[in-house]
Design a protein around this ligand. Structure first.
Ligand code: 0RA
Length: 639
């Protein structure tokens, strides 16, 4: 029973709290670690619960606020977490939810589907990892309140006032525990915005309001059109071949929601969601969608005589080019491959997705012959281009196999042969390449200069880029081959470091290289071999001291440490790597004891891949706008 004045723990409570201690001891098991990703996971976990309430049709507004002290408030206008006494636990359901691992909403009335199945851990894990957490529930005309510190209730669930007339909902405020999340971590506005936008798209009709009080930025997301709006948004800079095809159908409690639109672009932009989670590794829903499109287009192309009996079928790759699509599944019992790798495994979803999408798309083709013809023509072009590219690529691969003993002439190799010890710096431009060659430790550091201009072919298919001599040099220097014949055991350098200028061209080239690695050498990224060098922005000289600043904040800090103003110190802003002499480049960017390297994650590369379309795509105005708006903050453009 809840006591009025004192608050004591009984045996069952102790057990519960031991569960939360386990979360604190091993955060990796519950939120995937203690890094920024895990920190963002906390917000998602709380917002997911409100999204569930929206999916249940009981809530249409969710507000998320990051306060100046980095505490976070998530408020929804749902029914409010129940506060009645849980029959087994003998305490309010609210307290059970907040303090019991995996206690979803499967209590009280109703068959509430809970996001415990989505991100998997429940809000109690967030509570455990918070320095403090306060929940307010507006229900039955009352405001209920409970506070926790590091998961421990600081008092009973109490009624502290009246709920304003007609108001129901749940408000959670928590401050992540700096004892767990160390190293000056803080939420990233852009990352969160991206996620909230996705959540709003796949939860049609809900309004997500996001305010970041640290920087006074706010965003509101509300998409009446759901994922159809999402596809229109993704294609906003592309030439589309037809209106968005949309289908939504529920079968046995599983809802398949899909939106499809072909464009004249080369790339595929397909996103798959399961219970609003972006399943970046795809899964059965995505496989079902792709299979449906390939089969439907093949059938249709044969029926209208565009594919003759002797012609082979379009492959999945052929029907994927220029495809923008979203598939969003709502499933009462989603099975994921693992906690972190987001991949949907339910086999029945593949059959269902293929059936639902197949029927809808085939009807669309029948009823819209002009669109149908345009799509088939697009696939024919892709098939031919792919054939030509395959031949070119085979040649590259065969040649690079032949040339594996003759490394590219521009490569300044190192003497060490053990790939666990070696590093390859891919450097933009000949002058920076020269400095890097002189500045490096030639025992274990190899340098490959790439000329940016050549790589910088706009509108280039990545296939074409493969035939480029600079890229061929890169492929043979790495020794792994590419695409399907990629073989990590051939890798000649354990660390591959991209070192480009901190300007627009530099970030452009970095995006291109990341896209290249993402599409053709994904395993290299997955296994943690790809890095981005962090050259300094400023050289600060004052009296006999020389210091380097890597960010604007760094600069201010150093100036104040030196006790000098920017005017008095001699301040040099590096526009390019070429401006640094070899010693400086070594000291600031290449010396393993002093440098910072950013490890590229697969999400970074996927993001670059998306940016790549925008940078390289055929629509010119948006590209200009993108570069202009980012030109002043190029250091953030990279990934
Ligand atoms: C269980 C049952 C009911 C609502 C909720 C949980 C609920 C949970 C959260 C978490 C964040 N916001 C939430 N809003 C609601 C339904 C209870 C009823 O039938 O009234």
């Amino acid at each position: 029973m809840v006591k009025e004045s004192s608050y004591s723990y009984e045996a069952k409570d102790i057990q519960v709290l031991e569960g939360l201690e386990a979360v604190r001891r091993r955060p990796g098991m519950y939120v995937g670690g203690t890094d920024i990703k895990a920190l963002h996971h906390l917000i998602y976990e709380v917002v997911d619960n409100s999204i569930d309430e929206a999916l249940a049709g009981a809530c249409d507004r969710i507000e998320i606020k990051i306060h100046p002290d980095s505490s976070v408030t998530v408020r929804d206008n749902g029914r409010g977490i129940p506060v009645d006494i849980h029959p087994q636990m003998k305490k309010p359901a609210l307290e059970v939810v907040m303090t019991t691992l995996h206690a979803g909403g499967k209590f009280g009335s109703g068959s509430y589907k809970v996001s415990g199945g989505l991100h998997g851990v429940g809000v109690s894990a967030v509570n455990a990892l918070s320095e403090w957490c306060e929940v307010r529930v507006y229900r039955d005309g009352k405001e209920h309140f409970q506070r926790y510190e590091r998961g421990y209730p600081q008092g009973p669930v109490e009624v502290i006032g009246k709920a304003p007339s007609g108001v129901t909902g749940t408000t959670t405020t928590y401050k992540f525990d700096p004892l767990i999340f160390k190293e000056d971590l803080d939420y990233r506005f852009d990352t969160l915005v991206q996620r909230f936008r996705e959540m709003a798209f796949v939860t049609r009709g809900v309004t997500l309001y996001f305010l970041d009080e640290r920087s006074d930025r706010e965003m509101t997301f509300h998409f009446e059109g759901g994922i159809t709006s999402f596809v229109r948004y993704l294609n906003r800079n592309r030439e589309v071949l037809h209106p968005v095809v949309h289908v939504e159908r529920e079968t046995d409690g599983i809802t398949i929601d899909a939106a499809i639109q072909y464009t004249d672009a080369y790339a595929e932009s397909v996103y798959a969601f399961a219970n609003t989670i972006n399943t970046i590794d795809g899964g059965t829903h995505l496989t079902g969608l792709r299979a449906a499109l390939t089969r439907t287009i093949n059938d249709y192309a044969r029926r209208i005589g565009q594919l003759k009996d002797a012609d082979p079928n379009f492959t999945g790759d052929d029907t994927r080019e220029g495809l923008t699509a979203i598939i969003s599944v709502k499933h009462p019992d989603p099975q994921f491959e693992s906690q972190t790798k987001v991949k949907l495994m339910n086999p029945e979803v593949q059959t269902l997705a293929q059936q639902v999408v197949g029927e809808a798309f085939s009807t669309f083709l029948e009823e819209n012959p002009a669109a149908g013809k345009a799509i088939v023509a697009k696939c024919l072009t892709s098939a031919r281009a792919r054939d030509a590219a395959r031949k070119a690529r085979d040649l590259v691969i065969r040649k690079s196999a032949l040339e594996s003993l003759t490394l590219p002439g521009k490569l300044a190799d190192c003497s060490e042969r053990d790939p666990n010890k070696t590093e390859l710096y891919i450097v933009e431009g000949d002058s920076a390449g020269g400095s890097a060659k002189q500045g490096r430790d030639r025992h274990f550091q190899a340098i490959l200069p790439l000329r940016g201009k050549i790589l910088n072919t706009e509108r280039a298919r990545l296939d074409k880029i493969l035939a480029n001599n600079e890229v061929k040099a890169l492929i043979s220097a790495l020794g792994t081959s590419i695409g399907e014949s990629f073989d990590l055991s051939g890798l000649r350098y354990g660390r591959v470091v991209l070192m480009t200028d901190a300007d627009v061209d530099g970030s452009h080239i970095r995006t291109l290289l990341l896209t290249f690695f993402f599409r053709y050498m994904q395993q290299l990224i997955e296994d943690g071999h790809l890095y981005i060098a962090q050259p300094p922005l400023y050289r600060i000289a004052y009296k006999d001291k020389i210091r380097f600043a890597y960010t604007e904040a760094d600069k201010e800090k150093i100036l104040s440490e030196l006790g000098v103003t920017a005017e008095k110190a001699s301040l040099q802003r590096y526009k390019g790597l070429g401006e640094m002499n070899p010693d400086q480049l070594w000291e600031t960017t290449m010396d393993p004891t002093r440098r910072t390297l950013l490890l590229v994650t697969i999400e970074d590369a996927a993001e670059a891949d998306r940016t790549f379309d925008m940078l390289m795509g055929s629509a010119v105005p948006p590209r200009k706008r993108f570069i202009q708006t980012h030109a002043r903050e190029v250091r953030n453009l990279d990934i």
